[in-house]
Design a protein. Structure first.
Length: 363
């Protein structure tokens, strides 16, 4: 009685292995296309494949002391200019999802390989959706245990620069005690009309002072509703690119404004992020090839630029799926999918956050 069952599933897993690439592309695209943050990072080229013990990015923590005027053959300043130190991220987030199919479900479909295929595909699709939600949540939080991704709240604090310096939170193995190593922050006391838009304008300006402009504003959904109300039909700037990808989005200056359901509704909080920028010197590894993740459109969507904020993914754990195997301790078939990633930033001063402390988001 065991042979037909074994043969049926064995035949399917062989076929699955032969089409693994197509299945992988389908699942990864499912993860990207329904996550606004991951999709934007993908579009902006802010996803980078790297197999290394850590991510290392040079960081200038002070100005070069040797800039000067001079005349003729005047002796020039050559003071030690070790003003750059590397950011080092060495704690890879490690995420695994186990898809489990009870043997009796397969037993009932021994003579229907197509049904078995649909059953296993459904399990993998649910795995992709679950991993997407979990990774998104991780990218928004600060790490608390080993194996977590240290996300936005681990590097961007809802505090003034002075308070950040006093707290000395470590980001990239460097404490936030330098004037060169802090994020921008605006506390907003009133609603959009009185305080919100002026504060957003100032925050956008502060994050743009260093040559690059923010790409995206992730906001509490209630804040998004307030901004949409303030805009009205005559001032609303719809983000057509994000809209065509299926996301609700407006624009503020050059940034996409997106309601983010990983930010607690009615918290009044939001992030202003700079995802793109120049490549840090010394960075190595493979560029993320968006084209291979775009079976729908069949073309590359961007270039890996190793910009300001980057999600590094280990290519050996890039949603890697193993074959279906019979479990050791139970009558079930199991396939595991793993993901290893690190979120890094090269210039915190180009990142920002805000908080409607007064709780007034409406226009």
């Amino acid at each position: 009685m065991g042979a037909p069952f074994s043969t049926t599933l064995s035949d399917y897993t062989k076929a699955f292995s032969l089409t693994w690439g197509a299945s992988w592309e389908k699942l990864v695209w499912l993860i990207l296309e329904q996550s606004p943050l991951l999709y934007l990072m993908y579009k902006k080229g802010a996803i980078h494949l790297e197999a290394a013990p850590y991510a290392r990015i040079p960081f200038a923590h002070a100005e070069n002391p040797n800039v000067q005027t001079y005349q003729g053959s005047q002796v020039l300043n050559t003071a030690d200019s070790e003003f750059a130190k590397p950011f080092i991220w060495d704690s890879w987030g490690q995420i695994s999802c186990q898809s489990v199919v009870a043997c009796d479900k397969v037993d009932l479909n021994q003579n229907a390989k197509r049904q078995i295929g649909k059953l296993l595909d459904a399990e993998l699709t649910q795995c992709a959706i679950t991993m997407r939600n979990f990774i998104e949540e991780q990218l928004h939080t600060a790490s608390s245990v080993s194996g977590d991704i240290d996300g936005l709240r681990g590097m961007i604090e809802f505090l003034t620069p002075a308070a950040q310096a006093a707290g000395g939170t470590v980001v990239g193995n460097v404490a936030k005690t330098s004037t060169y190593h802090h994020n921008q922050y605006q506390e907003i006391a009133g609603g959009f009309m009185t305080d919100g838009i002026p504060a957003w304008t100032k925050l956008y300006r502060e994050c743009s002072k260093f040559g690059r402009r923010p790409d995206v504003m992730l906001v509490d959904p209630a804040v998004y509703d307030g901004y949409e109300e303030w805009c009205g039909p005559e001032r609303a700037l719809v983000d057509e690119d994000m809209g065509s990808a299926g996301f609700t989005s407006l624009r503020f200056k050059g940034a996409s404004v997106i309601p983010d359901y990983n930010i607690t509704e009615n918290s009044g909080e939001g992030f202003l992020l700079n995802l793109t920028g120049g490549s840090p010197s010394g960075a190595s590894g493979h560029g993320f090839e968006p084209g291979m993740l775009d079976p729908v459109k069949g073309k590359s969507q961007g270039k890996t630029n190793l910009g300001n904020m980057v999600l590094w993914i280990n290519p050996n754990a890039h949603f890697f799926m193993d074959d279906w195997r019979l479990a050791q301790e139970q009558w079930a078939w199991i396939s595991k999918t793993k993901f290893h990633g690190i979120l890094t930033v090269s210039n915190l001063r180009e990142q920002g956050c805000f908080d409607f402390a007064g709780g007034a988001y409406s226009a």
